[in-house]
Design a protein around this ligand. Sequence first.
Ligand code: BGC
Length: 853
Amino acid sequence: MTSPNVDPVTFEHHRDPLGIGEPAPRLSWVVRTDLRGWLQQAYEIETGDGTTLRVESGESVLVPWPGEPLRSRERRGVRVRVHGRDGSASDWSPWSWVETGLLHPADWRAGATAPPADLLGGAPLLRRDFTARAPISSARLYVTAHGLYEIELNGRTVDEDVLAPGWTSYHHRLRYRTHDVTGLLREGANTIGATLADGWYRGRIGFHGGRSGVYGDRLALIAQLEIAYADGTAETLVTDDAWRCAPGPVTAASLYDGETHDARLLPDGWSAPGFDDSAWAPADLLSHDPALLVAPTGPPVRRVETLAPAAALTGPTGETILDFGQNIAGRLRIRVQGPAGHTVSLRHAEVLDDDGSLALRPLRHAAAHDTYTLKGGEPEEWEPRFTVHGFRYAQVDGWPGSLNLDDVVAVVCHTDMRRTGDFTSSDPGLNRLHDNVVWSMRGNFVDLPTDCPQRDERLGWTGDIQVFAPAASFLYDCAGPLTSWLADLAAEQTELGTVPVFVPWIELEPFRDVLPTAAWGDAAVVVPWTIHRRTGDLGLLRAQYPSMTAWVDQITALAGDSHLWDTGPQLGDWLDPTAPPERPFEAQTDPGLVATAYLAHSARLVAESAALLGRPGDAARYHALADRAAAAFDTAYATAEGKVTGDSQTAYALALRFGLLQGDRRREHAGERLAELVHANGHRIGTGFVGTPLICDALTDAGALEDAYRLLLQTECPSWLYAVTMGATTIWERWDSLLPDGTINPGEMTSFNHYALGAVADWMHRVIAGLAPAEPGYRRLTVRPRPGGGLTHARACHDTPYGRAEVSWERTGARLTIEVVVPPNTTAAVHLPAGPDHPIEVGSGRHLFHQDV
Ligand code: BGC
């Protein structure tokens, strides 16, 4: 027997706890041990300031900070050791270090340094020389911008961030980053240089032509370099009016349209000392509000992977099209040699038209076109820096000489989250579907949770993440990014009085007014609830509670005394297969039914949240509200026989999964009717965004597991696997984004990378493999594998906050073997497919079960 070991402590949901914004960060640790049934009895914490503390507690996830809150710029080491209920004790964990950023507006002395208005259009350069003494003990750069920025010290970029500072609701919250730049400074002459670009701040965003200059018409850098010397003195260099500016090599940069780069225009050595900037223009100093500056709660966007082209194709006019074999969000990196002034053109698309040319129509008003003009001479390497595209194919024009496949790679860019979950099974189609879900998550977590990464949209549509959050939080640790996004949601909501349909919100036709919309606005409740369930983060629930209740109170008022929310425009069961291509909201399920169901559901989740937050009065009130809304739904939309208005798959899925029908018999009837409908439809899917995440669970609950499997394994259109049979490498926006004849759906809104319909991955994890949280943060697991559909094996694993959990099963003949891994400090209730009725209780460790089925 080995004694337990403790992994390094982690802080909040940070991957890199440098420059965090929480003065009292909560601590988590994972215990590793092969001692079976290990449970923590107590923990000891030591912090670098001499605080040691022993706490008699089994908690090991997001436990309170032990000492005084940290001040700005304070750095602290933390380590932990644990004692088991079995008398075991660990050694101290390795030290982990946390450092706060600038916690108060008054810590900011930096102004907003802006290139003169006549330098805007491309990506202007800013620079400033300064001197430093030696020896330097540490240096920190606190930096953000109005617009996108890249920052260099002495000719070297300080970080690997992409599209920094990301997109938040800038007029409420602007994220800054903290970098340790100690190693980049030197004694004597130093230079700091930055490149700015329009990005979301000033560039065009949104559909129907979109809008530019949404947050302002001037780009600006806000940077504060703080140098601490070994002799105890300090110096601070800030963005002020002593900076100088010039146009750079990027002559145009747009998130949608792409980047134009002329390498001949790069001033040699501009971001290093010794460069003569006397011809550069002085920067303007603009004011900004430091109270808006916030530290990140999650990782930045980075270059996460590169893909080599799988093939070079020739288009109808002889053009060269590279196929990367995978639809991604990212951009190309090229290595090219040729004459000065020669231009290479790169266009991007997700699919090809039937003549083999790039299909550009689905991109609408996003040109997705990068060009690079060569400096000439030596081989040149280039990747655009202020744009991102959703693509699988790239057309390369104007390549000097012959193009080799290793001259170009696709660089996958997204929020650099930790991968936490996986699923495999004996069915290759299902595995591809799951991979497609993962890739759609990767394509749509480019700083914020978006609908799609390719066309003139890429907005934080609330409904999309509302339905996808359970799958997302299994696949990746996305609590940090979603915490930031939810803060924006709450900020926009407070200002506007309702939850916008996308966050950050910008006014766009036809969404001039912010109208409350069911299933979209419910993201305010469902997303924090889901993160709490999956990570155990009660603090997030507490922080979002006012936003959650404000939403439910508002829709309660809209529903009025009837408790039926059946007024106002709705998006309904968006994009069900019967909705006409140009009218995606005209789904077969009554939008009032959808809205009332969500009122009951969100009220219930708020009630449960209130109970957890120690608010029994609120809990009772919202439970009563949920009961009344459910009763109203039952009376208005269900018959005594359990038939639900509209008789659609989604109507039954909602009624059953949200617990809206009174009485066992009616529920049974509704379940039977749902199975009948699915049968009658030849096990083809009939749901849109709202019903899709619910239908397989509704069938499973109704005892129609095989129908759920047949629905999932269906390959005829519409179905999940139809897209797989058509060669999809991501989840499509529509069931038939590609029509059975191989042509592209004529709808103006046809993306090949939307995660919403991939919400079913959550059912694959919880039900096929059987790995689900029974208590917040997987403190207790429900292990309930449900073999079926002719699968011979399946497996899901998830890095829970307590460590790796895993469930796998394999069927050989009539023999079923189930293997379960339960993390230390957790327990599991194991429900075996063939009885017994009551679950088997197990503690941590690896457990094997055999059954004849
Ligand atoms: C987006 C969707 C979104 C919908 C709602 C679309 O344009 O791409 O995913 O939820 O609009 O109106």
